[in-house]
Ligand binder design. Structure first.
Ligand code: GLN
Length: 492
């Protein structure tokens, strides 16, 4: 049986009924992974032995439960046996973690990120560490310090970024689900371009303890899955307060699977006109508008709205995110982290050589911008002003959410672009995130859900919700998925 075609909840169901073993699920996905990797390159590290061992432990437990005459299905945790991939900027105990940077080439963390620990506790089996843009800076996964990942629907195209490996692994059937991080769109953009579901939870909903920091006021971890039900299960596993992350919200997380089938009748959905700019490809525009029309036929009340400060969001982001990155990346200095460059005479020279050898061009660019906007004389003009405009962007959302429960927009103005087409032009690469960045500035949750194909390439619908209201987001996404028939697809 081609188990790799099935979403996580189906695999868990078969395991609970004793129709397959965890080892069969893991082996089947490892076979698929080995067949697809030469073409896709989604993984920086395959955790083959670890995955088989984890699966073996689950099967032992099932045997014990059976012998004790217990109800296996009821006793197993919710993601038991489900193969997952982890973006390589999240710490995994004893398993290499590089953030796709040469500067962390030999780093093996002594601890698990909270999300990784929670997935383990939920029974998920870790297939490996997924490729990404170096330190999550990029929109195509071409900024990886190792190799680019390819789009499973068309390997001449990018999977999106920065969590491109996580999205491609799920789209190709190499894992049933994965984790990514989203600072300006890095979950939603690759989800959209790879035709899978991607959730950027509310800032603070999911612990970032053990996430290699990029922009600390923006970073958030979230899941990739092939359908919305799996997204809700993954959200259940990773959400909730963590005393190890001071920014994690101390509020209980609901059971996200509960409200899924409540429908969209009466939900007020706003369509912000600024998100359908002239750069939006006609095919994308049509797919997204068709999706909104379907939600309306299903009972949602749809109306146009405006987020007037949208056009400033990209500029604000490219001040705040690099500023925070320049501070966060100061620790890679050849002393605390990073292989130390040889031959330096002074300490300053050692830092400079280590960092020049370890960081790729995009990371260096961000550090230079960030250091500049934080330096004396420029701080007020750039950083402080950006913070003020960020408040205006956030207020736009507060205001529209007085009138609407959700907003619907494209995720990306275009479908997956050809590999190499934007690497020489950072600005055009930055523009891939026009529809996703404002959401990070505001801290609200959003989901990308597949809404059709244009010329064989997937398009994503972005639904944006109120702070901490992922339940409504997932419910609308689930309703759309059920009626559109767009869920659950795997790229052959
Ligand atoms: N593409 C954006 C950037 O390069 C967002 C990245 C992200 O969300 N991690 O900063």
């Amino acid at each position: 049986m081609e188990l790799w075609r099935l979403p996580g909840h189906r695999l868990r169901e078969l395991l609970g009924r004793g129709e397959v073993s965890a080892l069969e699920i893991a082996q089947n996905h490892l076979e698929r992974l080995e067949a697809k990797e030469p073409q896709i390159s989604a993984f920086l590290h395959v955790n083959r032995d670890g995955a088989l061992m984890q699966a073996g432990v689950i099967d032992d437990r099932i045997r014990q439960l059976r012998q004790a005459g217990e109800d296996v299905d009821a006793a197993l945790p919710p993601l038991a046996g489900v193969p997952v991939a982890i973006k390589d900027n999240m710490c995994t105990e004893g398993v290499p973690t590089t953030a796709a940077s040469k500067i962390l080439r030999d780093y093996v963390p002594p601890y698990d990120a909270t999300v990784v620990r929670r997935l383990r506790e939920a029974g998920a089996v870790m297939m490996g560490k997924a490729n990404c843009d170096e330190f999550a800076m990029g929109s195509s996964t071409e900024n990886s310090g190792y190799f680019p990942t390819k789009n499973p629907w068309d390997p001449t195209r990018v999977p999106g970024g920065s969590s491109g490996g996580s999205a491609a692994a799920v789209a190709a059937g190499e894992a049933a689900a994965s984790l990514g991080s989203d600072t300006g769109g890095s979950i939603r953009l690759p989800a959209s371009l790879c035709g899978v579901v991607g959730v950027k939870p509310t800032y603070g909903r999911v612990s970032r303890y053990g996430l290699i920091a990029f922009g600390s006021s923006l970073d958030q971890i979230g899941p990739f899955t092939r359908d919305v039900e799996d997204a809700a299960l993954m959200m259940n596993a990773i959400s909730g307060h963590d005393p190890m992350d001071s920014t994690s919200a101390d509020v209980p997380a609901p059971d996200f699977t509960e409200a899924l089938s409540a429908g969209v009748s009466g939900l007020r959905i706003g369509v912000p006109r600024e998100y359908f700019g002239p750069g939006t490809e006609p095919g994308v525009d049509k797919a997204v508008r068709d999706a909104i029309a379907l939600l309306e036929r299903l009972g949602a009340r749809v109306g146009e709205c405006s987020l007037p400060h949208t056009s400033y969001a990209l500029d604000v982001y490219y001040i705040i995110a690099p500023a925070e990155a320049s501070a966060n990346l100061a620790r890679y200095d050849g002393v605390r982290y990073g292989p130390r460059a040889a031959g330096a005479v002074t300490v300053g020279e050692m830092y400079a050589r280590t960092r020049a050898a370890g960081f790729g061009p995009e990371v260096r660019r961000r550090i230079i911008i960030g250091t500049y906007v934080l330096s004396a004389g420029y701080y007020d003009a750039f950083y402080l002003k950006a913070q003020k405009v960020r408040t205006l962007v956030k207020r736009d959302f507060d205001k529209v959410f007085e009138e609407f429960d959700l907003l619907a927009t494209p995720v990306s103005p275009t479908v997956a672009f050809p590999l190499g087409s934007k690497v020489a032009d950072p600005l055009s690469m930055y523009l891939s995130d026009v529809c996703t960045i404002p959401i990070n500035l505001a801290g609200v949750p959003a989901v990308s859900v597949p809404c059709g194909m244009v010329d064989g390439l997937p398009v994503g619908l972005q639904l944006i919700g109120r702070s901490l209201d992922e339940a409504t987001l997932l419910r609308a996404a689930y309703t759309y998925e059920q009626y559109s028939g767009n869920g659950g697809q795997v790229a052959e």
